[in-house]
Structure formats: structure tokens, C-alpha cells
Design a protein around this ligand. Structure first.
Ligand code: AMP
Length: 173
């Protein structure tokens, strides 16, 4: 995975001072690397009868939709407010840089669903925890959360003690 790590660049002070932004766009440019990264994200969960992958807007869509294809499951987008038509459920939460809300369509999941949550990166864990709450609002079960990048010094994993958490690349501060 070291070649994947080398395709992730750190942009200091973006989108605001003090944030070390992990930019995955160089990784997206190299054929096969998104697939390889996504494989590593989902490998522990292949035998877990996952029925749906939920991905957070926007970079969670890149890895999440491919994860759903590889696992042969549904893909459910978790979106920023005002993007999804019809009835939605919502959870508000705080980010490493600001606060926001995530929404999901009310009929996206049912109590029979077993979900793998996918995002590119876990920092403070607020986004992932809010996403788990959203999934559980619809009665579905969160089987696990998987990330390409973990900023482990920000302690996100400690927010997700109720869930299995897997990350491919750790970036301690
Ligand atoms: P958090 O809720 O603090 O775990 O933040 C995770 C979400 O914010 C993910 O959707 C990331 O894409 C984004 N994010 C947070 N911090 C960073 C960072 N340092 N570099 C890139 N993306 C980040």
C-alpha cells in the first residue's frame, strides 16, 4: 500500500489554517489505484453478508460506489442538505473544520439491511458517527466502517467504539 500512500498529498492550511488536508486527487489519476485501495477497504468484510454500502458525499461516493459493485450490494448516498428529493432523514454534526448535516432518503434502507459505511478519511469521527446514527434511524444495522485514511491522532476511532472500524493507511500527526 506504500505506492497508494505516495499518491496522497498533504496540503497544509486547507481549507483553513491548521488543517493538513489529505488530497486524494493524484490517486484518482492513476489507473487501477482506486480499485486497489477499495479492495483493501472492503477485504475484511467480504464474508459478512453486507446488503448495502453507504458512502458520504463527496469522496465517499468514489470509493463507496466501487465497494458496492465489488461486494454486489446496493449503494446508498449520504448527502449534504437539499440534494435528495422526497422524504429524508437527517443528522447534524461537527467537522474538523466546521459543521454540517447529512441526509439520506427515508426509503433507502430497511431493518433487514446490513451496512458497510465507506468514506475516504476519518479525522475526528464526527461524520462517521453521524452517518451511523442516520443508518440506524432507518432501523438498519451498521456492520462496519471502512476508510482509506485514518488521522489517528484526532481520535475518531474512539467515537466509534460501538462499531467495527477498518482503515488502510494511518497518518499519525
Ligand atoms: P471527521 O468527521 O472529522 O472524521 O472528518 C471526516 C470527513 O471530513 C471526511 O468526509 C473527510 O473527507 C473530511 N476531512 C476531514 N479532515 C480532513 C483532512 N485533514 N483531509 C481531507 N479530508 C478531511
Amino acid at each position: 500500500m506504500e505506492h497508494i500512500r505516495q499518491l496522497i498529498r498533504t496540503i497544509p492550511d486547507f481549507p483553513r489554517p491548521g488543517i493538513q488536508f489529505k488530497d486524494i486527487t493524484p490517486l484518482l489519476k492513476v489507473p487501477g489505484c482506486v480499485r486497489e485501495a477499495t479492495h483493501a477497504m472492503i477485504t475484511p468484510f467480504r464474508e459478512q453478508q453486507i446488503t448495502a454500502v453507504c458512502g458520504m458525499e463527496a469522496r465517499g461516493f468514489i470509493f463507496g460506489s466501487l465497494a458496492a459493485q465489488l461486494l454486489n450490494t446496493a449503494f446508498i448516498p449520504l448527502r449534504k442538505p437539499g440534494k435528495l428529493p422526497g422524504q429524508v432523514v437527517a443528522v447534524a454534526y461537527t467537522l474538523e473544520y466546521g459543521s454540517t448535516t447529512l441526509q439520506m432518503q427515508r426509503d433507502a434502507l430497511t431493518a433487514t439491511d446490513k451496512v458497510l459505511l465507506i468514506d475516504d478519511l476519518i479525522a475526528t469521527g464526527g461524520t462517521a458517527l453521524a452517518s451511523c446514527e442516520l443508518i440506524e434511524k432507518l432501523g438498519a444495522k451498521v456492520a462496519a466502517c471502512a476508510f482509506l485514511i485514518e488521522l489517528s491522532d484526532l481520535g475518531g476511532r474512539a467515537k466509534l467504539t460501538d462499531y467495527a472500524v477498518h482503515s488502510v493507511l494511518d497518518y499519525p500527526a
